[in-house]
Design a protein around this ligand. Sequence first.
Ligand SMILES: Nc1ncnc2c1ncn2[C@@H]1O[C@H](COP(=O)(O)OP(=O)(O)OP(=O)(O)O)[C@@H](O)[C@H]1O
Ligand SMILES: Cc1ncc(CO)c(N)n1
Length: 474
Amino acid sequence: MSVPRVLSIAGSDPSGGAGIQADLKAIAANGGYGMAVITALTAQNTTGVTGVHLPPAEFVRQQLDVVADDIQIDAVKIGMLAATATIEKVAHWLDDRRPANVVLDPVMVSTTGSRLLDAGAEHALRDLLHRADLITPNLPELAVLCGEPLATIWTDALKQGERLAAAHGVLVLVKGGHLSGDRSPDALVAPDGSVIEFDAERVETTATHGTGCSLSSAVATRYAATGDWATAVAESKAWLTRALRGGEALRVGRGQGPIDHFAGLRRDIPVDHTQAWWNAIAPVREGIDELPFVRGLADGSLDERVFRHYLEQDALYLREYARVLAKASALAPTRAEQVFWASAAQDCITGEAQLHDAWLGGEPDVEPSAVNRAYLAHLAAAGPDYGTIVAAALPCFWLYLDVGERLAEHSHNEHPYRDWLATYSDPGFAQATADAISWARIAAANANDEQLLRMATAFRVSAEHELAFFAQTP
Ligand SMILES: Nc1ncnc2c1ncn2[C@@H]1O[C@H](COP(=O)(O)OP(=O)(O)OP(=O)(O)O)[C@@H](O)[C@H]1O
Ligand SMILES: Cc1ncc(CO)c(N)n1
């Protein structure tokens, strides 16, 4: 079986660290396809639970049936059940459907100390245990289920696990998370008294919210994948330790934060360099917004002579800019990029020339300004590699779309510059800009450190030239 289909029956934690949200992440992180039947909504964050809202138990059953009617379920993880009525519905569903590989996490109290199970529901929960293949109580839950005092040392916990396993004919995963010391051991205890221990370092962290939910979901998924409980626990525990190590770096919440379910994937997810470049030119963008030219364009008060001067210079600029786009096309590593930049070059020459023809009545008969020449020299010198040329070309798209979309709000039928405003807020231009950004992002993801630095600089310097260009006066 390639991808196990794993159903979680559990409560929602809107802060994303425990419950259904943790289950789905843990299932995905361990190679499964996750499904979720929600038994309860909690109002919860990393500091605690402030409320619980239950759907009618009948509706929990309806969700279970509709999923099982359609989908082969390879493993089930059961978490927060909250109330007797819900527990009974789940018990009947398990009896009727007999899904394979059921892992039950007998959730009673949250990490932060709030009740997640009605006081009177412990008996009903105890009656569910024999229907599971594996149960994963933490030490307080183990004590309650055994009707014994809390175990404070590992050997006592193992003995309780043995009694519980024998009493209910179920495998018990005894978890050492609540003990102190520099290890956090777990153990699989079978009804026949056999014990397999799993050792792990204790991670020094505040990010332990949802460890139990995540572990039980991971074990269900790995068991469906491997068919062996010891393998499933060993793999899950190794994964969990890494997720615990990555938790604090997420900086989620002020209390006990979540683990990072995808800690092992982070290094493979490329950083979006283009967004970092964009963030870094925030002062340039603010500078553009404050220019009298841009304000005048927005409210239509801009002197027509100033606008004409800008357009003349822009027409000269665009002729040369189109050559830069053509150069990007010439160097493009893929056919899609070659087409994109060639087509952008063409649009630049034809489409935008129309705007200028309409205003200027043809090719402008002026010399490029010093500002214009400086920008064009920067563009012409960008390179030699494809990525740097693309990075240098990008602000011309991105800043115009950014300005255009904001200015478009001011446009109306009588607005003297409505054609200009329409050009740069056009959905076609927005799409072209999104494509240009995404090609630049890919080029950046493939660049070495030296090229990346060149790309970032080319982008920033182009943005500064854009500001200077808008700031020109006749
Ligand atoms: N600081 C830690 N370092 C390493 N492993 C830990 C740590 N805390 C918990 N674990 C592991 O996390 C898993 C869950 O254990 P724990 O006993 O905390 O369950 P729980 O109380 O049900 O969790 P939850 O916090 O979701 O209520 C176990 O495998 C345990 O060994
Ligand atoms: C919804 C939900 N389920 C389980 C736990 C146990 O941590 C929690 N905090 N929240």
